[in-house]
Ligand binder design. Structure first.
Ligand code: G3I
Length: 361
């Protein structure tokens, strides 16, 4: 059993490097009509409750269910006021060829968000993963690669200027020892690519809030120290960074630690915002009856919402999806993951009720 737990934790650390395969298809159907979703008139949806508490609540959204599942659209629009593109904005999707951008998927998501009064969180602009072959194998010079990155950032941010207010400019670039994750950007341009990325995005939309997004950096730890030092350094250099995204991909075996609140507090002391950006809690690796694991999952969701609500600079609480029917964890942990707040039939789980309770106090 211990081996399985260690394996799960190792796998969890490798999470962002795992290629996960989901059924997806380029959208053929027209964007869903604005009337598709039913607005919340009862005032008891998570979205309504969150609005009263001054926090935004969001979910990562996949194109395929948005296009083909009316219940997905209805629940998404009723319960959330922030939409995060799960994959539609990744470099390989949005910039498939050197001189070709493909905005169709993002435009569909932005249109849906606009129709339902939702904010869109741009995710991600710069990452070491989901890069197209023309870029990885292009043998570009340092100057050519800088120009490719500048043009990518300013084309994408510029196109959605005034429509996308918050961006994950850089995603998962810091390691525990404070060095940087290997990538074509780091190898060919050097660590200064990160300052450049934030400066270029700010030039393209001076009003946008620019975040650095990271996993396993929620508690006080070597890694969160590295993220803290990275962000402090950028502020000292006058780089326009406005917030830190804490992903919160967790297993139900994780023990909620009060140091999460301490970490969020110290980020706030830098003058930065914090957002929970990708929360999900897989129950696949837990022990004991499923009901007990689901109850622990609910406690963690509720505790995390209370931590965010207690920090005025914690602006958004977003999950990596919202229904167990469509979660990346399925392709990674199998159907046992059940990491989200609605079950596969869109019924609210204990974790939904835990969020509702935390928001209602
Ligand atoms: O769309 C293609 C499809 O046409 C093709 O048939 C299929 C098989 O090759 O691949 C499909 O693309 C997959 C895509 O998900 C959409 O399903 C990619 O291979 C696969 O790598 C991609 O995985 C995504 C992963 O990021 C890598 O981009 C996951 O869905 C997504 O949930 C995951 O999300 C990341 C965040 O962006 C950053 N934080 C960690 C988080 C979890 O890893």
């Amino acid at each position: 059993m211990k081996y399985r737990l260690v394996l799960a934790l190792v796998v969890l650390v490798l999470v962002p490097f795992l290629i996960t395969f989901r059924v997806s298809s380029t959208p053929s159907a027209p964007p869903p009509s604005p009337t598709t979703a039913i607005a919340d008139t009862s005032g008891t949806s998570l979205r309504s409750l969150a609005q009263k508490r001054g926090v935004s609540i969001g979910a990562a959204v996949a194109l395929e269910p948005l296009q083909n599942d009316a219940t997905y659209r209805k629940v998404l629009a009723r319960e959330f006021n922030v939409l995060v593109p799960e994959n539609a904005m990744k470099f390989a999707v949005i910039h498939p060829k050197r001189n070709q951008y493909n905005f169709a998927q993002i435009d569909t998501l932005v249109a849906f968000a606009k129709a339902h009064g939702m904010q869109v969180r741009g995710h991600p602009l710069v990452w070491h993963y989901s890069l197209p072959n023309w870029l990885e194998k292009g043998n570009f010079t340092r100057e050519e690669l800088k120009e490719i990155l500048r043009e990518h950032i300013q084309t994408v941010v510029g196109r959605y200027r005034g429509q996308i207010a918050v961006w994950d400019i850089a995603n998962e670039v810091v390691t525990r020892d404070g060095s940087f994750v290997d990538s074509i950007w780091l190898r060919e341009i050097g660590p200064e690519y990160l300052d450049l990325a934030f400066r270029w995005a700010h030039e393209a939309d001076p009003k946008a809030r620019l975040y650095y997004n990271e996993y396993s950096a929620e508690e006080i730890s070597e890694k969160s120290d590295s993220v803290y030092n990275f962000a402090s350094g950028m502020l000292q250099r006058g780089v326009p960074i406005h917030g830190i995204g804490l992903q919160m991909h967790k297993l139900v075996t994780w023990s909620f630690s009060s140091s999460v609140a301490d970490n969020i507090k110290r980020i706030g002391k830098l003058g930065l915002e914090v957002s929970i950006t990708e929360m999900d809690i897989s129950i696949a690796e837990g022990t004991g009856p499923r009901e007990e694991r689901l109850a622990k999952q609910a406690r963690i969701y509720g505790d995390m919402m209370r931590v965010c609500l207690s920090a005025p600079h914690c602006k958004t609480f977003a999950m990596w999806g919202f229904t167990d029917r469509y979660t990346w964890a399925t392709s990674w942990l199998g159907t046992e993951g059940a990491p989200l707040i609605f079950d596969e039939s869109f019924r609210p789980k204990g974790s939904y009720k835990a969020l509702e309770e935390a928001l209602s106090r």
